[in-house]
Write a protein that binds this ligand. Structure first.
Ligand code: IMP
Length: 199
């Protein structure tokens, strides 16, 4: 396991919200953080078939193009009755209009059509650190739960209104953001990365 000795890191994302969130999580570790957008780096196509594969592809591309240590994340919603779909296609199911109401209805329709009564699902987050010499370290966090009968709540984003974490009655869309952030797939992946490479 390689530890971080660099003092600068590029976040391999053009999504300002993601960059802000990851920047805040890294703030205690004294890293000077820039984004792929700041450096005008190209956005590679996500051609791999796993979360870690796509996180590695994005992190390696940013490290190579910038000469800096790079961090990428790839995440999604995986429904057991749909063999893990939408999975790596979670963003794409929302279509060009990024309408997650449509994406959540598709999940519910495909679950009904599957004939399965299994409502198990998980959010998954892969994080990869890539060094300019090609070395990578990857981590995966997940949170398990159930698909609600219908979307509920206005908090969060994406599929949050459809997901009830195990041990709770409320969806991520209904829970306080702080409660979600304390237990989320992203938090769990970050805990591993920080313990292994930064703490
Ligand atoms: P990415 O930006 O390619 O990693 O896309 C991840 C997609 O997965 C997002 O567009 C969301 O639809 C979904 N997703 C990932 N994390 C979450 C979450 O915490 N809540 C709700 N949806 C999420």
């Amino acid at each position: 396991m390689r530890r971080v000795t660099e003092n600068k890191l590029v976040i391999a994302s053009h999504n300002a919200g993601k960059v802000r969130e990851i920047g805040a999580l890294l703030a205690p570790y004294g890293l000077d953080v820039v984004s792929a957008g700041d450096l005008d780096l190209p956005e590679p196509e996500e051609t791999e078939d796993s979360f870690i594969g796509n996180a590695e592809l994005k992190a390696r591309a940013a490290a190579q193009a910038s000469g800096l240590l790079a961090l990428a994340d790839d995440s999604g919603f995986a429904v057991d009755a749909l063999a893990g779909a939408p999975g790596i296609y979670s963003a794409r199911w929302a279509g060009p209009g990024k309408d997650f109401g449509i994406a959540m209805q598709r999940v519910l329709q495909e679950m009904a059509a599957s004939g399965s009564a299994d409502r198990s699902a998980a959010f998954i987050c892969a994080l990869t650190l890539a060094w300019p010499d090609g070395h990578v370290e990857s981590f995966e966090g997940r949170i398990d739960g159930q698909v609600a009968d219908a979307p509920r709540g206005q908090n969060g984003f994406g599929y949050d209104p459809l997901f009830i974490p195990s041990g709770y009655d409320q969806t991520f869309g209904e829970l306080e953001p702080a409660a979600k952030h304390a237990m989320s797939h992203r938090a769990r992946a970050f805990e591993q990365l920080i313990a292994a490479c930064l703490a």
